[in-house]
Write a protein that binds this ligand. Structure first.
Ligand code: BTN
Length: 246
């Protein structure tokens, strides 16, 4: 559970630092966290840019890779973010509890609040996590931040958030190794899936073409989406890739 942290004011991307560190220095005994106040070349999924103004969480955890994680790592990371965000949500605001949009986008109150980017290289994995804590970038329509969802005056403490995040993430990682199974993680993830039992469309990665339509029935044991045919409820297919929308 031990972690060594490196804090940068302004860098291109915490993913790049992790990649460099992995090549040169890494030992097996500990994990590392690279955090930045700001990134000028933040990386998102599908080669998108992750706009990274000051005031939010930008962290990459570099951990030893257990091949058992291969199917569930993005979801494991996303549920760890969700569990961390849960710590900040008071009972009376439970209706804004974060949910996971397949594959691994975290939404709160129907707006994107966080994203996860996992890169496996040999024996290690970089888990990059961006969470809008105090700012939702104006450039991104449909995004939100924790501070405004909580209608809070004071800024959320970024370091405290990252500490909680590491506790959740390392516990979930440990659970998979100890139980030699990621079923427990998938069970938790299922409960927090957006659009469950609702009609959805699966688009290609560029969001240009609709590839399929159906009812989203949850996750397979490998983290794929079960899609039930609209014409024949008996027909259920696993979807491996794509972007889910309504
Ligand atoms: C997404 O597109 O949803 C994933 C975004 C991941 C952003 C985080 S911020 C910390 C880490 N460094 C990066 O450059 N990207 C990830």
């Amino acid at each position: 559970n031990q972690i060594e942290c490196f804090h940068f004011n302004l860098i291109d991307s915490t993913m790049n630092i992790a990649k460099f560190w992995k090549k040169v220095y890494v030992t097996e005994k500990i994990s590392y966290a690279f955090l930045a106040d700001q990134q000028f070349k933040g990386q998102g999924q599908h080669n998108n840019v992750w706009i990274s103004p000051k005031g939010n969480c930008y962290v990459t955890f570099l951990v030893k890779y257990d091949p058992l994680l291969s199917y569930c790592l993005p979801q494991l990371s996303a549920i760890s973010v969700i569990e961390t965000l849960d710590l900040y949500i008071p009972q009376e605001k439970k209706q804004i509890s974060p949910v996971l949009k397949w594959i691994n986008d975290i939404f709160m109150n129907e707006k994107k609040i966080s994203g996860v980017l996992c890169k496996v290289e040999d024996e290690h994995v970089s888990i990059g996590i961006g969470v809008n804590l105090n700012h939702s970038p104006v450039e991104i329509a449909g995004s939100t931040c924790l501070k405004s969802e909580l209608s809070q005056q004071n800024d959320i403490d970024i370091f405290e958030f990252i500490q909680h995040l590491w506790t959740k993430l390392s516990n979930n990682l440990q659970k998979v190794s100890q139980q030699n199974s990621f079923q427990a993680i998938l069970d938790k993830v299922q409960e927090r899936m957006m659009y469950l039992n609702q009609k959805v469309k699966i688009y290609d990665l560029t969001l240009t073409n609709v590839l399929q339509e159906g009812i989203f029935k949850g996750l397979s044991e490998y983290g794929n989406a079960w899609l039930q045919s609209l014409s024949d409820p008996q027909e259920i297919e696993a979807i491996y890739e794509g972007r889910m929308r309504q």
